[in-house]
Design a protein around this ligand. Structure first.
Ligand SMILES: Cc1cc2nc3c(=O)[nH]c(=O)nc-3n(C[C@H](O)[C@H](O)[C@H](O)COP(=O)(O)OP(=O)(O)OC[C@H]3O[C@@H](n4cnc5c(N)ncnc54)[C@H](O)[C@@H]3O)c2cc1C
Length: 418
């Protein structure tokens, strides 16, 4: 029990990919950093995902039409699911989401997102090389598969838009796909190969960074839940946890899908919704694909790792909970079989779900709030938290060190939702 922990430069709350990258860069710049997590580090949303670092994912999720929304509301098997509920925060979020989806600045958001993700990819490469981290990092690109002509045409249009922002891709017809990945089914209409995308094993990456952080003198307190933040004037003076009181000059909030709940306690409104997704990791499979695939129409992603291959998908707005819905697992398995030839009968399965911190405009929320001078918000990374981990960590360090951030983050400010 750490009843009193003082004299730190920075306390980072939350040990997912965002919190650990921020801790890494802050420590590198000479800060005394303490990291707190309510569980073990890396076991939140950063655990069982597909690990993609994808500048190609810079187009925000489009808002569905009203009819489509109603269909999803009624269909628990759809790739997006909104649980019918009277949760005011969820409805407020949905209204904001609609507003941003139809706003005219989508191109600006795509441009900012591509800059952030490309910078992040460079930073990951630098960290992995300089720290000699073995995290299954590969840069073979990602192939987006389409089994329907119309969705393929839409995919090609999006790829054009991304190309204007420096994201390279090759359009592939069915025969070409088969040559690259023989396991792809013959009925697939076409594909788009985003050649510079990369991926890594997310949990191995977080754990490796945590080990480096500890080796260099950082302190991690697992099973330490922040229960409240105490404010005097415009500063947080202390943090109470289930293990005692902590103080430091700066606090970094990297609590992912739990962020709004904690911020509510101090009157800061962060419209971040938990968006549940599932993954299945299959062991003992034969003829698995050799690179990540997107099964477009079903929104399922596949990543081959050293000892297993992982399929992940669905986006479920059903509040803060980790209940597994068997129907979603079945939908993911069905999706796999409709795009690739693979025998899963003798494989073992590890089923997981996690909650993405979903912001209404698809951009992360980074920076100070107008109310508190020493609370650095770092959340809302939505469907691309792994992608943006390194660049976010670097920017947080630069902001705390009063340096100019490597990318202008004005549009990421927490104050944009007020
Ligand atoms: C199925 C699925 C697939 C995905 N695939 C990809 C992908 O391929 N590429 C990609 O870029 N992104 C992907 N994502 C999104 C990505 O996983 C998230 O954006 C990212 O993990 C968010 O990181 P985080 O550090 O903000 O949150 P988390 O990893 O959830 O970490 C937050 C941490 O805060 C801790 N915490 C919360 N509240 C408190 C408290 N009060 N006190 C102390 N600790 C607290 C939690 O225990 C947790 O460890 C995927 C997500 C899902 C669900």
């Amino acid at each position: 029990m750490n009843s009193q922990v003082h004299n730190n430069d920075v306390i980072v709350i939350g040990g997912g990919i965002i919190g650990i990258c921020a801790s890494y860069y802050l420590q590198k710049s000479g800060k005394k950093v303490v990291l707190l997590d309510q569980n073990q580090v890396g076991t939140g949303s950063s655990y069982g995902n597909t690990g993609w670092i994808v500048p190609s994912h810079s187009i925000p999720i489009k808002s569905p039409g009203t009819l489509q929304t109603l269909k999803w509301l009624l269909n628990p098997k759809s790739p997006f699911y909104i649980k019918p509920t009277f949760n005011i925060d969820l409805w407020d979020w949905l209204i904001k989401f609609r507003k941003y989806s139809s706003s005219s600045n989508i191109e600006d958001r795509i441009s900012l997102s591509t800059k952030l993700s490309q910078e992040s990819l460079n930073l990951y490469k630098e960290i992995i090389q300089s720290e000699n981290i073995h995290c299954e990092f590969e840069q073979k690109g990602i192939i987006q598969l389409h089994n329907d002509e119309r969705s393929f045409e839409e995919g090609v249009k999006d790829a054009e838009l991304l190309r204007l922002n420096g994201i390279k891709s090759n359009i592939l017809i069915q025969k070409e796909l088969k040559l690259i990945e023989p396991s792809i089914k013959s009925n697939i209409y076409g594909g788009i190969h985003f050649i510079n995308d990369a991926y890594l094993n997310p949990f191995t990456t977080v754990s490796s960074l945590a080990n480096i952080f500890i080796k260099n003198g950082g302190i991690i307190y697992p099973n330490t839940q922040v229960e409240d933040l105490h404010i005097n004037g415009n500063k947080i003076t202390s943090i109470s946890t289930n293990k005692g009181i902590y103080t430091s000059k700066y606090i970094v909030l990297a609590t992912g899908a739990w962020s709004s709940k904690l911020m509510k306690k101090i009157g800061v409104n962060l419209p971040i919704q938990p968006a549940k997704g599932y993954s299945i990791s299959f062991k003992n499979t034969k003829h698995t694909p050799t690179r990540p695939l997107i099964l477009s129409e079903t929104r399922v992603g596949i990543s081959p790792f050293n000892n297993y291959f992982r399929a992940a998908g669905t986006l479920e707005l059903s509040g803060l909970n980790l209940k597994i819905a068997p129907k979603r697992i079945e939908s993911i398995k069905k999706a796999i079989h409709s795009y690739i030839d693979i025998d899963l009968k003798n494989s073992s399965e590890d089923i997981w779900c996690g909650m993405r911190p979903l912001s209404p405009d698809g951009l992360p929320v980074i920076g100070l709030t107008s109310k508190i001078d020493n609370l650095m918000i770092s959340t809302g990374h939505s469907t691309t938290g792994v992608t943006l981990g390194a660049v976010t960590g670097k920017i947080i360090q630069q902001l705390i060190d009063n340096q100019k951030p490597l990318i202008d983050i004005e549009k990421l400010s927490p104050n944009r939702f007020i």
